[in-house]
Design a protein. Sequence first.
Length: 236
Amino acid sequence: MQNMKYNCDAQGQPYLVISSDPDESSSDEEIDEKSDNGFLQLQEANNICLAAYREVMTLAINAKAWKMGLPPLGSIEDIQQMFKTPPSPRMKVESSVERIILPLSPRFLITTMIDVDKWASTFSQIVHQGSVQDSTGVFGRLSAMHRGQESGNCIDMTIVNAEFHLPTPFVQKQKYRFVRFVRSVMEDTWAVVDLSTDYFQQHSLDSAASKVNCLRRPSGVIVKRLRSLYGLKIWK
């Protein structure tokens, strides 16, 4: 029997590890078909996430909120370009960047962002509701791959269904469905990145996508530990 496990290298790129049970065997064609198709889907989804992470860092640099340069992630510029396409008719792009120092530890901030219930209650003034959706298919494999890395850059990943609202009844609620993942940028610095599942068209999870009325381009939070317990937070 062939056991297949995905690992990732220092830049976050996945690679496939295949081990064999000496007592059992299967056809090479069957193994190649399963591993090749699964690996290509996994690699594509992983590269889209890396491009989203790079886009968030690029936006922070362009806004002069981050001065440490872009992380080395390989050749993903072509994928990153899809985040710069003009919006569809009757839609518009909303974007802002803020830099703030909070009297909160980075651990608390990151835990709050990845715990969707806690995130929704903490930011209830703008988050109407939030829920976690089980990560299945390529998202499940991608999440499991990164969680299995003791020294990997990607720390956690989840699928979020969320509704955002403004404190007025005259503005329609914004409904999103997105991937949220935490990635280590450098020592004492992390990025929490959101990206709409619409960018993974071939991996649509279910009919829930039809209930979404907004697209979440790469966005998120960069958290840096300061000398005290305070955390520097760059919100995009």
